[in-house]
Design a protein around this ligand. Structure first.
Ligand code: ADP
Length: 485
């Protein structure tokens, strides 16, 4: 497939709903368009998934064969890396070098979960029990780990290839049949990945791609009575809607990977050069549109000015630009909607009396580019800039006096996705890691994430875990079988 063939193909896909334009966020130009699938297409996709689940064509395939198919998917992603990364850059505004990394990470998720196909097992026990009958006898008991039949996979625009692979790889490894909905802003790379699945040998009807808006196609999936489980990545607000949809339909199981407002704590004994460079990159990467970025930085008072200056200097030196512009490190925001949202927060910050040390404006050029912004003089008890997930290149930097105050400030959020601690004290690093209310903590490192380690949010950052063994468990249910001996 070529970029042009994907742009043409998405236009031709069937759908009964509104026509949705696809915009290049670096130029604001429309590059193609597609039709919202509409509820009928979701019904069809769910029916196809249900039929394949019932036939056992995928769940009943020998596990080593399923593993081979998934390994082949990974190889085909690598073989198509150029077109995939070009689409990722074009559609999501991600610099080309970063898009290539994301694509390579995606194929590794398939290799990792290919390995899990042959390693799913349960437990077995001999038990003397009468259960509720009270008549004790010798029982053999064991557990079967069984895939959900139909799983809805819904994900956002901020890293479409990665999000696709991180959901599909474990769901398919578990043996589930799926209905897959990318974000309406970024439908392109999923088309290539969908083709790759077929070419690798995933049977028709096992991974059913639907395109459309969240409130139409997404909502139709989450409320569908034949969808047994929904795995979602996106905003906390939509996560809440998905829980409501489950509660008012068939109580389908829900896994949620939601928002964050992650703290970075920099103590006065930290390796400051490294901490400043990493913290600055760790809040402005992808224009702040990554859930686990460190958007609230807390700095011990004695080094506060130095860190603020350091981060502002990095912010001013980060080159923004289109994916293929020479030296571009940061791309645009995804859409006009997101730009309006981020500019609204900047206005709000000014109204709150926040000081914008640098940034605070969009770039004077085409594309949804906003200058990386460092905000200080914030009242943490009232500031919306401090409390709410913005998903833009805005970081708040606040001082603290001691460890207890740092932890209180860090935990003063409804989110709990990630946190980072910069200190050369071994004891303090582990002590503070234990007290942070977050699903992932980096000690003298940030943005660490790998397919082999569980990832999930505390508090309103999510339900359940992805990646690692926990990532495949998400798509399996456990059945306990009792055998009278
Ligand atoms: P973001 O804030 O990152 O744009 P959203 O949470 O709005 O993310 O969207 C993430 C994904 O959820 C997208 O694929 C979107 O279409 C979908 N979505 C949005 N609203 C709903 C909904 N009510 N039900 C199901 N999916 C939805």
């Amino acid at each position: 497939m070529t970029v042009q063939s994907v742009l043409d193909e998405v236009r031709e896909r069937p759908g009964s709903g509104e026509v949705i334009p696809v915009i290049d966020p670096a130029t604001e130009e429309q590059i193609t368009e597609f039709k919202d699938a509409g509820p009928e297409a979701v019904d069809e996709a769910v029916a196809a998934a249900k039929a394949t689940a019932a036939s056992g064509v995928w769940s009943g395939m020998p596990d080593y064969s399923r593993a081979k198919v998934l390994w082949r998917v990974a190889d085909l992603i690598d073989e198509n890396a150029d077109v995939l990364s070009e689409l990722e850059s074009l559609n999501a505004g991600i610099p080309r070098s970063q898009a290539k990394v994301i694509t390579a990470v995606g194929s590794e998720w398939f290799r990792y979960y290919a390995g899990w196909c042959t390693k799913v097992d349960g437990i077995a026990r001999s038990v003397n029990t009468g259960g509720l009958t009270g008549i004790e006898s010798h029982m053999h008991a064991y557990t079967l780990r069984e895939p959900y039949d139909v799983v809805g996979l819904i994900f956002p625009w901020n890293g479409p290839i990665f999000n696709y692979c991180a959901k599909l790889a474990p769901a398919l490894a578990a043996g589930c049949s799926t209905v897959v909905k990318p974000a309406e802003e970024t439908p392109l790379s999923a088309l290539v990945l969908d083709r790759i699945l077929s070419e690798a040998g995933v049977p028709d009807g096992v991974a059913n791609l639907v395109n459309g808006f969240g409130h139409t196609a997404g909502a139709a999936i989450t409320a569908h009575p034949d969808v047994d489980k929904v795995a979602f990545t996106g905003s906390t607000e939509v996560g809440r809607e998905i829980v409501h949809a489950s509660a008012s339909s068939n109580l389908n199981k829900v896994t949620l990977e939601l928002g964050g407002k992650s703290p970075v704590l920099i103590f006065d004994d930290a390796n400051l050069d490294l901490a400043i460079a990493t913290a600055a990159f760790g809040c402005f990467l992808h224009s702040g549109q990554v859930c686990m970025l460190g958007s609230r930085i807390f700095v011990q008072r004695s080094i506060y000015e130095r860190v603020v200056d350091g981060i502002a200097t990095v912010a001013n030196n980060l080159q923004l630009g289109g994916p293929d512009e020479e030296g571009s490190m940061i791309g645009p925001l995804i859409s006009q909607k997101q730009l309006t949202r981020v500019m609204g927060y900047l206005e709000q910050g000014r109204a709150e009396g926040v000081e914008l040390v640098t940034g605070g404006h969009r770039l004077d050029r085409k594309g949804y580019f906003v200058h990386p912004t460092v905000a200080t003089k914030i009242d943490p008890s009232t500031s919306r800039l401090f409390k709410e997930e913005i998903f833009g290149p805005i970081v708040t930097v606040l001082p603290f006096d001691d460890e207890d105050e740092a932890i209180t400030l860090a935990n003063d959020t409804e989110y709990g996705l990630a946190g980072t601690i910069w200190t050369e004290s071994l004891g303090r690093a582990h002590r503070v890691a234990k007290r942070l209310k977050a699903g992932t903590v980096g000690l003298n490192c940030q943005l660490q994430f790998d397919h082999s380690m569980p990832f999930g949010g505390f508090k309103q950052s999510g339900w359940g875990y992805e990646a690692g063994k926990a990532g495949i468990d998400t798509y399996l249910q456990s059945k306990t079988v009792w055998a009278q001996m």
